[in-house]
Design a protein around this ligand. Structure first.
Ligand code: HEM
Length: 537
């Protein structure tokens, strides 16, 4: 703990205002009244009924009765830590974002790692994607990079997210199984939503059973935009690379650890930081010029696709060091609220239909989870810069806004938006031209679900391939429906015949017929002939 206490960053100093230590203090009610006794309720006689008059008893019990808030609808189980981010080289050429320009600046961060599927009390080492969400407390406001440890996603359009999660969570009749990919609805969803093929290959691989949060990559997944001072934009994919390297458990270890120490990843991260072994992650960017948008042979708006690193190298631009555990799990880890829409000037979105939907979903769910519109005032969510606007009132409002004016435009308060300039720093959305008819459809350019899944399989070493076959075999062996099992075999024949044949035999399904029997419930692959042009930083 020593080092960070010597040099408090701006977020740490802000949190000081809210910290309180009850040690050695006299007990009081919430109104500050010193209590003379805290063990016995007020009764009519020593054996008598408790009296309604007992405000002390009622306050204590009522607060306890209201301690729980809803767990996150996904990523319920997580673990948060504080740290700092520092740039290696300025990205001024690409972005106005000040925290990506100034190499001398240390930006405070809060990172929450999580599993996706399990409830708050589930085990750490289950087979699942892991969340990797980072809040940068920059001098231009909060920037949230809300990523996962897998670079692609199950679906292409956010309107399918409720279906995905309903299929993956425990089944609704009996709430079984907890945090598991081993059940009928999971695989039924996969086989009938074949855009999931690429993600499922990662989920069945060792990436879905990380050794430690300290040894995981992180990915922003979507294509975002960086926009520079001249208003010129480049497409970007964000990566976190762990300095300790990427390491996984093997399935036998993962299963045993889930029983022996369900908090394995929490213990590992907490202990490492307490002992001064601060986890470090380098931030990398893949950058693509706007004019090369259609040069990759797939659609860069499709979140089931990676940009091959051989073609577009990951340029390492800075490092994050996680150096402080939280003081209070609920106040910080549970109440933190990440949101894709928390951006700073110089970072912008694309039309990826998954990203567009996420921009709606996070704020919406947090209004419920954190009890109303003022959760930005909770200490962990506050920016380190002041906020001023005409929003007022609502449950749990803490700010005391002075004055009469709570509207724009006005002549009485003179509070105005900021111009878009380096010194004034106003945010302006990138002026992308959009054009089209209103239509509920998927672009044909999103139709290839298997090429990159096959690339992933082909990039695996023999032991890694064996682990993937074993994972499919284990997970599918729990499925009761023979039809669902067969659909999955037929689907993954599109990825690799040997893979599908191997696990088909293990689960007692029919191996796919060699020579073209692969069943696809999607459009055929697109041409991959286009050349790839990358931009070096
Ligand atoms: C958490 C929705 C896709 C990463 C959440 C939460 C919701 C949600 C409602 C709970 C937030 C809260 O209660 O604070 C969605 C929707 C998606 C989607 C609608 C697609 C349409 C993704 C993708 C990623 C991702 C593609 C990774 C790139 C995360 C992470 C968290 C999270 C890391 C946990 C944040 C934390 O630690 O508090 N998501 N999600 N999600 N999501 Fe997504």
């Amino acid at each position: 703990m020593g080092e960070h206490n010597d040099r408090k960053n701006s977020k740490d100093e802000q949190l000081d205002i809210f910290r309180t230590d009850d040690k050695g203090k006299e007990l009081t009610t919430n109104q500050g009244l010193k209590v003379s006794e805290d063990e016995f309720s007020l009764k009519a006689g020593v054996r008598g009924p408790t009296l309604l008059e007992d405000f002390h008893f009622r306050e204590k019990l009522t607060h306890f009765d209201h301690e729980r808030i809803p767990e996150r609808v996904v990523h319920a189980r997580g673990f948060g830590v504080h740290g700092e981010f520092q740039l290696y080289k300025s990205m001024e050429k690409y972005t106005r974002a000040k925290f990506l320009q100034d190499t001398s600046r240390k930006t405070p961060v809060f990172v929450r790692f999580s599993t996706v599927n399990g409830s708050r009390g589930s085990a750490d080492t289950v087979r699942d994607a892991r969340g990797f969400a980072t809040k940068f407390y920059t001098e231009e406001g909060n920037y949230d990079l809300v990523g996962n440890n897998i670079p692609v996603f199950f679906i292409q359009d956010a309107i399918k997210f409720p279906d995905l999660v309903h299929a993956f969570k425990p089944e609704p009749d009996n709430d079984i199984p907890q945090a598991s990919t081993a059940h009928d609805t999971f695989w039924d969803f996969v086989a009938n939503n074949q855009e999931s093929a690429h993600m499922i290959m990662w989920i069945m691989s060792d990436r879905a059973i990380p050794r430690s949060f300290r040894m995981m990559e992180g990915f922003g997944v979507h294509t975002f935009r960086l926009v520079n001072e001249e208003g010129k934009a480049h497409f970007v994919k964000f990566h976190w690379k762990p300095i300790l390297g990427t390491h996984s458990l093997v399935w036998d270890e993962a299963r045993k650890l889930a029983g022996i120490d369900p908090d394995f990843h929490r213990n590992d991260l907490w202990g490492a930081i307490e002992n001064g072994f601060f986890p470090e992650f380098e931030l990398g960017v893949q950058i693509l010029a706007e004019e090369d948008e259609f040069s990759l042979g797939f659609d860069i708006l499709d979140a089931t696709k990676i940009w091959p690193e051989e073609d577009i190298p990951v340029n390492i631009i800075g490092k994050m060091t996680l150096n402080r555990n939280v003081d209070n799990f609920f106040s910080e880890t549970e109440q933190v609220a990440f949101h894709m829409g928390n951006v700073v000037p110089g970072i912008d979105f694309t039309n990826d239909p998954l990203l567009q939907g996420r921009l709606f979903s996070y704020l919406d769910t947090q209004l419920l989870r954190l009890g109303g519109p003022n959760f930005h005032e909770i200490p962990i969510n506050r920016p380190v810069v002041p906020f001023h606007n005409n929003q007022r009132e609502g449950f749990h409002r803490q700010t005391i806004n002075i004055g009469k004016v709570s509207y724009h435009r006005n002549s009485l308060a003179g509070n105005t938006p900021s111009p878009v300039s380096p010194d004034k720093g106003g945010y302006a959305t990138y002026q992308e031209r959009v054009d089209g008819v209103k239509i509920r459809a998927r672009s044909e350019s999103f139709a290839d679900h298997f090429s990159q899944a096959t690339l992933f399989w082909n990039s695996m070493s023999p032991p890694e391939k064996m682990h993937i076959i074993e994972a499919f075999s284990f997970e599918l062996s729990k499925v009761k429906s023979e039809s669902v099992k067969q659909q999955v075999v037929d689907m993954f024949a599109n990825v690799d015949m040997d893979l599908a044949t191997a696990f088909a035999i293990n689960i007692g399904a029919h191996p796919p017929a060699r020579g073209g029997s692969a069943v696809t419930k999607s459009s055929p692959a697109l041409s991959q002939e286009n050349t790839i042009k990358s931009v070096q930083t």
